[in-house]
Design a protein around this ligand. Sequence first.
Ligand code: GDP
Length: 194
Amino acid sequence: NLEIIFVGRSNVGKSSLLKELFGAKVRIGKRPGVTLRPTHAQVSDLLITDMPGFGFMSGVKDRKQDIVKDKTVHYIEDNAERIKIGVLVIDGPAFPEIVDRWDSRDQIPIDVEMFDFLREIGIDTIVAANKMDRIKENESDPLLDEVSARLGLEPPWQNWKHLIAPISAKKGDLKSLKGLLRDRLHEMKRDDLF
Ligand code: GDP
């Protein structure tokens, strides 16, 4: 068995993305209430896992972010052998500012921490920079340069096209992400998914 996990902050559009990617094949979506457990779906021999979003939710204590982070880290450590691909979903246009805000408090942003952790543990990690429809076409490259710099990947972002996929779940523009997933699955001899 082979697993792909999707991680990201709340509200980055992870559910929208999963719905677009797997559609009727998978029923991942908004869970009722607040749950800290991952949601799974099986697509042929591929296990798709939607990790709970980290970040603030109204009515939930701030500590939720830490709890979700700890649980996510444990889940990934426990299943690292089976997890072949990690997709970190970020809100592309909002990302640089979010990272800078954490930096100014001398904290490592949770997304960046998760990106480093996934890579350290040896999981092939793709960053899906969502909500790119919010950015004018000529502002897209400069934004993505900022995104890659904040992930510790030296710009220009085009040097990291095998890791960074600009997408819009809302518009159904997922070409770059599907391409990267297809490449990985092809290497694993699983071709027919995207
Ligand atoms: P999740 O909390 O990460 O699962 O995020 P959701 O899928 O629930 O989306 C959060 C909000 O972002 C919703 O209002 C979506 O309509 C919006 N959203 C999701 N994807 C996109 C996108 O590609 N572009 C824009 N502009 N908004 C999006």
